[in-house]
Design a binder for this molecule. Sequence first.
Ligand SMILES: Cc1ncc(COP(=O)(O)O)c(C=O)c1O
Length: 397
Amino acid sequence: MTAHSLAAGRTMVAIPGPSIIPDRVLAAFAEPMPDLYDGPIVSTATEVRERLPGIARTEGEAFIVIGNGHAAWQMATSNTLARGDKVLVLEAGRFATVWGIYTAVSDIEVEEIPGDDRTPVDPAAVEAHLAADTNHEIKAVLIAHVDTASSVRNDIPAIRAAMDAANHPALLMVDCIASMGCETFEMDEWGVDIAVAGCQKGLMVPPGVAFVWVGEKAAAAHARADQRVGYFDWESRRDTSNMYSYYAGTPPIGHLRGLREAFAIIEEEGGIEAVWARHRVLGAAVRAAVDTWSTPGGLEFQVLDPAHRSDCVTTVRLTDGDPEVVRSMAEHQAGLIVGLGIAGIPGFRIAHMGHVNPPMILGTLGTIEAVLQASGVPTGGSGVAAAAAVIGNHLAG
Ligand SMILES: Cc1ncc(COP(=O)(O)O)c(C=O)c1O
């Protein structure tokens, strides 16, 4: 800490995953190990499994894989694709490209519609690309719902509509690793064939397990998949009465207990729709702050169109000045850790995902405002006042 540091006290972590973990989730990880196959852990595992479809709003199957988001990516593609297939990656930041890279290692050919990091995937470009694939060699379309680098939120129903307009049978696979449990997501209603998520962002559990939700069309594609490998194979994981085979080995006891608590917290709030509604208000508060701060020679939104700014993370772009100065001062002198700009984006990222409420968001924004001032980044006015007004208006009903 430097001479001017005020960082003592509880550090506020506002990076876009892992997010803040509720105390009762952390406490659940500290419970002693149980008998694996009998007693409360079996009912905990059943409860968690049964809640999963409701989180993604699907009637389809849900798998839990011990691993991170990359493991869920791999489970999705290895269970549905065959050698020689093509996949189409739709980029609006960074993460769909990386999913494509992890998919391409197994004799899968990747085509990409590149993005510019500031705008969402263009449904018209998707329709044109798929319409040109007259032999239907493309078997899957990969897209992130919210890209955590750019903070672009893609319009998934519009992508589905574009695929339908091209009359193309590819599977629509959506990375909800940033958005699940934060943003409205209707897997079945939107015609999504596979959704993947991790537990460490909106779902409020330390990293280590991930989820794959599978619709009927994707489940049918499994029969022709020749990329299947034992550990990830859905086939051996279908028997939900057998914990050992469902998890392909020892179950993730701590994570199951953590998820039990996280899902209970979601229920107590009023269910997933109430959670989405809270994220909408807090997201709007953050955006009101950034909008007010925005000024030439200072900072601006990374995402150009307000309709495509996400409710779980906001990427702020510095038009001048060094984002590392801001980030470092926030962390070392003010006790606030904000996300680094990644994928070459010159700025920082404010997370508003998962276990967050007004004091956490207003504290984060107030600290950023102080740091912007201290580090000489010009702003257009008090973003905190604007954010407080959004929250106040909501509270007033
Ligand atoms: C949108 C998105 N996709 C994928 C990933 C990769 O997830 P993991 O780091 O858990 O493998 C991340 C991680 O930040 C992400 O934000």
